[in-house]
Design a protein around this ligand. Structure first.
Ligand code: NCD
Length: 292
């Protein structure tokens, strides 16, 4: 199975995966992937995604092999992404890949013998981050429909926002309040009409309506010029949110969500990190159980 874009995670899969993740949380860690090997091939920096995948595989009884740096692999000798993935797939049962290039440039994977998971492809997509974000929302908001979701971040360059928006806008009743923190228009991938493009003032005015406030850093490394950071969260903004609203950030965070706000129970930054482990365990279990 290839999980390359958020649309590869169907609604039925989401339901199964969230149930599996809830079960893992309750009953602990069956070593059901003993004998399976996961390879991680990361050509861009990572802390959470890579280590949560590796921890998930080890906790499920599987093993991990890893190509640590692009400079330490044949990519440094000019090997194509497709050759790298196809090669690693001969050694592992599942390959988790992060690249600077979009998956559309990964080439044909049809004959690939391993499961492939996109762990972030440039500014394009990060489907398993969207999965853990949706799981975190479900744990707080249940199956509520018609959520008001504020998103503040770097719309033109953030793969996490792109995948998050795609997944959450499947529910046509959800409404989005968008603020591009670089001052651009959040020209975004929403096809639904239920979104409002905000400036700093109208975004602050939307806070009392929100169930979810999703924040993200400016992706400085993906811009040619240094970007100005607009809206940064302060306690006075958190106080305007409804009591059961949550404040999210995929990490790494910067000025947009200062650590000084972590004591506020609305901030679920580290809970997302932990949920990343459970949903990635669930995804690995799912991939191998749907194979047999
Ligand atoms: C993000 C990423 O690498 O896309 N982090 C993550 O995987 N949790 C977000 C970012 O770099 O801003």
């Amino acid at each position: 199975m290839f999980i390359l874009r958020s649309r590869d995670l169907t609604d039925e899969m989401l339901e199964d995966l969230f149930d599996i993740a809830d079960g893992l949380r309750r009953v602990g860690l069956p070593k059901s992937l003993s004998g399976k090997i996961m390879a991680t091939v990361f050509m861009e920096p990572s802390t959470r995604t890579r280590l949560s995948f590796e921890s998930a595989m080890i906790r499920l009884g599987g093993s991990v092999i890893s190509s640590p740096e692009p400079n330490g692999s044949s990519v440094a000798k000019g090997e194509s992404i497709n050759d790298t993935i196809m090669t690693v797939a001969q050694y592992a049962d599942v390959v988790v890949v992060r690249t600077s290039e979009p998956v559309s440039q990964w080439g044909v994977l049809a004959d690939c013998p391993a499961h492939i998971i996109n762990a972030g492809d440039g500014s394009n997509e990060h489907p398993t981050q969207a999965l853990l974000d949706a799981y975190t929302i479900q744990r707080h908001q249940g199956h509520k429909t018609g959520l008001n979701i504020g998103i503040m971040g770097d719309f033109s360059k953030s793969r996490t926002i792109n995948s998050f928006v795609q997944l959450m806008s499947r529910n046509e009743k959800n409404k989005f309040y968008l603020l591009d923190a670089t001052g651009r228009k959040p020209g975004c991938c929403l096809t639904s009409t239920s979104y409002v493009e905000c400036d700093d003032k109208t975004f602050a005015e939307s806070l009392p309506l929100l169930n979810v406030l999703y924040t993200g850093r400016i992706q400085q490394e993906r811009h040619e010029q240094p970007q100005w950071q607009g809206f940064c969260l302060e306690q006075k903004h958190l106080d305007l949110l409804p009591p059961d609203a949550i404040v999210m950030n995929p990490g790494p965070r910067q000025k947009e969500l200062p650590a000084s706000l972590d004591d506020d129970p609305k901030v679920v930054f580290f809970e997302q990190v932990k949920n990343g482990l459970f949903v990635r365990m669930a995804l690995l279990k799912y991939l191998f159980s749907s194979q047999s």
